[in-house]
Ligand binder design. Structure first.
Ligand SMILES: Nc1ncnc2c1ncn2[C@@H]1O[C@H](COP(=O)(O)OP(=O)(O)OP(=O)(O)O)[C@@H](O)[C@H]1O
Ligand SMILES: [Mg+2]
Length: 352
């Protein structure tokens, strides 16, 4: 639930004034009755009995008024709230309560109702996200699973030559790797979203960490004949090394994946005061602004044919990590020219 939704309720001035008017009326009535009785008789015990009767009548009258007030002001909204909570507890997240007063004139019940409405709509949104997530995961698993089934069946043919056998088993390995990568990313994302990953902050040399990751991509870069340039300041930071590795790995692997053979990739690391700025630039396929607006969504892939490897979880993971670490990520991209992803990590520079 968004912060700051709860507003304080205003004092019900009409209620307060009515209460004092009622008390004044009762006292006035009591004085009038007393004067009237005193005029009629001087019998003390009769006066006492009549006053007692008068008190009983007034008390009954007040109780009746209070009963009506409770019925309208307490019982009705309480019943509505109870019915709504029962529906929500049964899983009906479409439940909404109609708030009686206008905004700014809320009483406590209106506030409870509004919070219940917010809670219910958040639960409804989560339900939709959960269903979408499950159908996305199932869809992403289905394709490589079908490949595995097909090629495993084909491999049962004894007449296959060894070369074809090798090709088929390579396809099997890559399809199963796709499933295992998907599961790894889903689990990582789930852990990040449920805050199960402890961001172990430590002082480490970011230049070395980033260099190691770039070196890990060396063979793919060479195979694609890409021109790689690294421009790194020497920076020690206080942050989470393992979480940041998720970021660098995904940004660099995307730059490689979406850049054609012979293209260029620049990775830079700059120290700007106490901040660190890392950018990954490529001269690849680039993206339109419509695509750019969606790339951090789970399972989103610009190429809707899903021809390129991956499941569209990389940048969702990157965004989550950057949010957790309180950094910023921005993208500049032009179709067929290339893309530049920039990460700013604030106040992370560590000086002994
Ligand atoms: N450097 C880039 N150049 C062009 N498009 C990019 C680049 N990086 C990301 N994109 C677009 O953003 C989409 C989402 O990226 P993301 O990393 O989340 O998924 P993916 O790379 O397709 O799959 P995964 O990361 O799960 O292997 C990509 O499918 C692509 O359309
Ligand atoms: Mg990716």
């Amino acid at each position: 639930m968004k912060k700051g939704r709860v507003r304080s309720s205003k004092i019900n001035w009409v209620g307060v004034v009515s209460f004092f008017v009622l008390i004044a009326f009762i006292m006035q009535m009591a004085i009038l009755c007393y004067d009237f009785i005193r005029e009629k008789t001087s019998n003390i015990s009769l006066i006492a009995v009549l006053i007692l009767i008068e008190i009983v009548i007034l008390a009954t009258f007040c109780t009746f008024i209070d009963w009506i007030r409770r019925k309208i002001m307490i019982d009705r909204p309480t019943k509505k709230i109870l019915q709504a909570t029962e529906k929500i507890a049964e899983g009906d997240f479409t439940t909404r309560l109609e708030i009686k007063h206008e905004y700014g004139k809320y009483n406590q019940y209106d506030l409870i109702m509004e919070n219940l409405n917010v809670m219910s709509s958040e639960l409804q949104k989560n339900e939709v996200l959960k269903t979408d997530f499950i159908s996305n995961v199932s869809h992403e698993i289905k394709t490589p699973l079908a490949v595995i089934q097909n090629y495993a069946t084909l491999l049962q043919d004894d007449t296959l030559d060894s070369e074809t056998r090798k090709t088929y088993s390579k396809t099997l390995v890559s399809a199963s790797k796709r499933i295992s990568d998907l599961i790894t990313n889903v689990l990582k994302l789930n852990k990040l979203e449920n805050q199960q990953i402890q961001e172990k902050h430590e002082a480490f040399n970011l230049t070395e960490s980033l260099s190691e990751i770039v070196v890990g991509f060396e063979s793919i870069i060479e195979n694609k004949n890409l021109n790689l340039n690294c421009d790194f300041d020497d920076v020690t930071v206080f942050s989470s090394k393992s979480l940041l590795e998720i970021v660098w790995n995904n940004l660099i692997s995307n730059a490689i994946k979406f850049t054609d053979n012979g293209g260029k990739i620049d990775v830079s690391l700059k120290k700007v005061g106490s901040n660190v700025e890392v950018s990954v630039l490529d001269t690849g396929v680039g993206m339109t602004s419509e695509v750019g607006a969606k790339i951090f969504e789970k399972f989103y892939q610009g190429d809707t044919s899903h021809a390129s490897a991956g499941n569209g979880l990389g940048l969702a993971l990157v965004k989550k990590v950057i949010d957790i670490l309180g950094g910023e990520i921005s993208v500049q991209s032009e179709i067929n020219k290339g893309s530049k992803f920039t990460i700013v990590l604030k106040g992370v520079v560590y000086e002994d």
